[in-house]
Design a protein. Structure first.
Length: 76
């Protein structure tokens, strides 16, 4: 986490931060720890998500191709 991110439009509570509202009214210590870890590993998390999505799409396409090939043989 950095100050620029906390004050950016990506952070829903940026207006509260600018108004001086203490963070303890919006987040618990556990939440803040979770958010910090999530931000530290954001790049690898997004990369893994993209690879998983790609693998799922390829799997669905493979099943569709195999099914069409199988049904095409039975009709001939």
């Amino acid at each position: 986490m950095n100050w620029a991110l906390i004050n950016s439009t990506r952070h829903a509570g940026a207006s509260n931060v600018r108004a001086g509202v203490p963070v303890r009214y919006r987040h618990s210590e556990d939440q803040l720890a979770h958010y910090g870890i999530e931000m530290e590993f954001n790049g690898p998390i997004q990369r893994q998500w993209a690879l998983t999505l790609l693998a799922g799409i390829l799997l669905i396409a493979g099943f569709g191709f195999a099914l069409n090939t199988l049904l095409g043989r039975k009709g001939a």
